[in-house]
Design a binder for this molecule. Structure first.
Ligand code: N2P
Length: 345
């Protein structure tokens, strides 16, 4: 009898460890295709904490979720301008950096970012640029300008990002304006350009995460993409290439943050620290192909990272780009014009 009880107890204990009951859970809300899944498994094995993993596609969708589902998320991965917005709305709690020793690995230029003054609420996860992924077998000229996306000779050959900031942003940039323009005349001009591009039949589809595989499969000539998705596709199809156009673009950073309503704050810190560990950051970069803010990971990767301009762009390319800023005061303008672009026939 005793033996049976001991056996039952040990089965229960084993079950509770596998179910994460021993150390609890961490609820993670990250972009689609933005982590090496082995990293999640390793974290669970090393800590006994179960990872509840959820995905989003755009900052705008993520912010709605965080606002309307208090207590649902422990670690979230917003971009710079979304971090700025979430701090302003009181949606985030300060990070206890004593619990994130690996945050010391962050590159100097990201240690004190504009979007998080005093560097209190976020730890950078990945960064990158916005640019054009193109199929060298389907274009007959060097692609250097955003103008290629608006050229009628690429009719039905262009994928655009289904993302208001990115797409209005690059149209603004092509017209010589800031990606952060608050001028209604400029924003309307950008929207008109996108409406014309759509009405001329140049746009094959507006989409986000599907683009990389469709470009690998040779389904279009040009696509508006984030740099890591470009490098991921180039690895699978060597006919593809990536450029940050000469007019300049957007450079962005996605950070890891803890919502003010997070139920598992301790585990959130452990997860953020784990992802900031150089060997883990390396596993992630080599899988998702975005740029890392992690000095230790860069040292581990050496030339394979530093010699790749898509991952490690030259300083003049970065200097020609702008960060997005929170545009809350003109959000209605952006939403209205974006709606006109999406509804244009
Ligand atoms: C990857 C998500 C990239 C995030 N699918 C761009 N900020």
């Amino acid at each position: 009898m005793k033996k049976v009880i001991v056996l039952l107890l040990s089965i229960l204990l084993a079950l509770s460890v596998t179910a994460g009951l021993a150390e609890g859970t961490v609820n993670v809300f990250n972009w689609e295709d933005y982590i090496n899944e082995d990293v999640i498994r390793l974290f669970e094995e090393e800590t006994g904490i179960r990872v509840e993993y959820m995905n989003f596609t755009l900052n705008e969708d993520m912010m709605v979720q965080v606002r309307t589902s208090p207590g649902k998320f422990d670690v979230v991965f917003p971009s710079d301008y979304a971090i700025e917005r979430m701090i302003a709305e009181g949606l985030l709690q300060p990070i206890d950096f004593e619990k994130v020793p690996n945050a010391a690995q962050i590159l100097d230029w990201l240690q004190n970012p504009d979007y998080d003054p005093g560097h209190e609420y976020s730890v950078p996860y990945m960064w990158g640029t916005v640019g054009i992924l193109y199929d060298t077998t389907k274009v007959d000229e060097p692609i250097t300008s955003w103008g290629a996306l608006f050229d009628e000779k690429y009719k039905d050959q262009v994928f655009m990002l289904d993302s208001p900031r990115d797409t209005l942003g690059i149209a603004l940039k092509y017209l010589g304006y800031s990606v952060n323009s608050k001028n209604p005349v400029e924003i309307k001009e950008a929207a008109d350009l996108l409406i014309e591009q759509k009405q001329k039949g140049i746009v094959k589809a507006y989409q986000v995460d599907e683009t990389k595989d469709k470009m690998v499969a040779g389904e279009a000539a040009l696509a508006l993409v984030w740099s890591g998705d470009a490098q991921y596709a180039i690895n699978l199809n060597p006919n593809l290439a990536y450029v940050v156009p000469q007019e300049g673009s957007n450079v962005w950073v996605d950070g890891m943050v803890i919502p003010s309503t997070a139920p598992n704050v301790e585990n959130a810190h452990k997860f953020i620290d784990f992802l900031s560990r150089p060997d883990i950051a390396q596993m992630n970069v080599e899988y998702i192909e975005y740029s890392t803010p992690n000095v230790g990971a860069i040292e581990l990767m050496g030339e394979s990272y530093e010699g790749n301009p898509n991952l490690n762009p030259a300083q003049d390319v970065i200097d020609n780009c702008e960060f997005f800023h929170d545009n809350h005061d003109v959000k209605v303008l952006y939403d209205t014009f974006w709606g006109m672009v999406k509804n244009a026939k």
